[in-house]
Design a binder for this molecule. Structure first.
Ligand code: CTP
Length: 393
């Protein structure tokens, strides 16, 4: 059985307070979390906090005999999905490089057969120092996975590279790391969200798409090992960890961004609710109100998905069909018309803007209904299906 235990190592740094939130996210996702603190970490976070969040004892001492065989440094590394050190201070990284084992956490790092991930956290000059950079390179060469650091404001008042990743990003990175990788080495381009077609400088045509499904697919494709580029219309969503995002507003900008990147991609997933029409002559000045009725002349936009699917070097294309009635019939028709191997059909009223979705996957083999579930779960099932169809060629 796949282990569901994570050992969360915490070393001395102000970012240690974020480890509490990370532990909470892991526990909420169903992992058992064993926290191991260095002596320095205890100056920043209390064992009681972590014990309360994880519901498990917190370890600090190499001589702690509370584990079954009395040897915490051996026992904690067994049946463990991963050992994540967050924050990993500069000094601890140096220690790891030399294989020193003078406390519980550093000894555990040597006596383990699970993957080791570290989230560096330090002042920007400490991170940029050649010694730390040498250590980071050596740790990567030794098979350690580095998560971050990020750039931004630091506790010392300076700004630069060295901040620990936020807890939510570490959670996403760790869970992605632990997933099977059916899309390894593949490049996936995803469109998401609505487009906005200007009428004048302050008005435009748009739709109710929130971007949630496209973003959830980006998360799952990245977790499945793909290199993911997300071309996004205006949304309120944060860029998923590890995903490259290109922001656009109009349908023609989305088309240009997709055409600019598609040649490098094996899979294209068109989730965006692209405007089918745009105002024929957007005004450069605000339109003034009069008493007369007004007619807005619209002109069709390019169907991005159909255009990509028609290329001689077309990637594996996936479309979405949001329909208000005769969902399956319209979606099946759309799949054939656009010439794509897979379409995801759903009822627009139940899906647009919602956190949950019900959908049916339609491919050359037939229909595959997916029960209503959060979009994050639906997205994982869609990615599994895509990986399966893609692998069959
Ligand atoms: N799509 C696209 N470019 C467009 C319009 C749609 O890439 N200009 C993609 C969507 O991202 C989706 C699929 O085509 O994957 C279906 O979009 P939808 O709007 O439901 O279908 P249409 O072909 O536009 O048909 P209709 O609006 O008549 O239902």
């Amino acid at each position: 059985m796949t282990p569901t235990r994570i050992v969360l190592g915490i070393t001395g740094g102000i970012a240690a307070y974020k480890a509490a939130e990370l532990a909470r996210l892991l526990v909420k996702a169903g992992y058992s979390v064993d926290c191991v603190l260095t002596e320095a970490a205890t100056h920043f976070i209390g064992a009681a906090t972590l014990q309360a969040i994880t519901g498990r004892p917190v370890y600090q001492d190499l001589w702690d005999a509370r584990v079954p065989n009395g040897m915490a440094h051996i026992e904690l590394g067994r049946d463990t999905a991963a050992l994540l050190i967050a924050p990993a201070a500069a000094d601890f990284m140096a220690k790891l490089v030399h294989g020193r084992a003078d406390d519980l956490l550093s000894t555990l790092c040597l006596a383990r057969d699970c993957p080791l991930l570290i989230a560096p956290a330090m002042n920007r000059q400490m991170w940029a120092h050649p010694a730390t950079q040498r250590n980071a390179a050596q740790l990567i060469a030794d098979g350690v996975t580095l998560l971050g650091p990020a750039a931004g404001e630091q506790a010392c008042g300076e700004t630069g590279l060295g901040r620990m990743l936020e807890a939510a990003d570490l959670f996403a990175a760790l869970t992605a790391f632990l997933q099977p990788k059916p899309l390894a080495e593949l490049r996936v381009l995803i469109t998401a969200g609505p487009t906005f077609e200007p009428i004048d400088p302050v008005r435009g045509l748009t739709n109710l798409s929130s971007g949630k499904m496209g973003y959830a697919l980006a998360v799952c494709a990245h977790a499945a090992g793909a290199v993911v580029t997300l071309v996004s219309g205006p949304t309120a969503l944060a860029t998923p960890w590890g995903v490259t995002r290109i922001d656009i507003t109009r349908a023609d900008e989305m088309l240009a961004a997709v055409e600019g990147h598609i040649a490098d991609c094996e899979i294209f997933i068109a989730v965006a609710a692209v405007a089918d029409y745009r105002p024929a002559e957007p005004q450069t000045s605000k339109i003034k109100k009069t008493d007369a009725a007004m007619t807005l002349q619209l002109t069709p936009t390019t169907d991005i998905l159909a255009r990509i699917a028609a290329r001689p070097d077309a990637p594996f294309c996936v479309g979405f069909a949001a329909e208000t009635e005769a969902v399956l019939e319209h979606a099946a028709e759309k799949r054939l018309k656009k010439g794509i191997p897979l379409i995801v059909a759903n009822r627009a009223q139940d899906t647009l803007g919602h956190d949950d979705a019900t959908c049916v996957l339609i491919d050359a083999h037939g229909t595959h209904p997916l029960a209503r579930a959060p979009k994050t779960e639906i997205a994982a099932q869609i990615i599994t299906h895509i990986a399966h169809l893609y692998s069959k060629g």
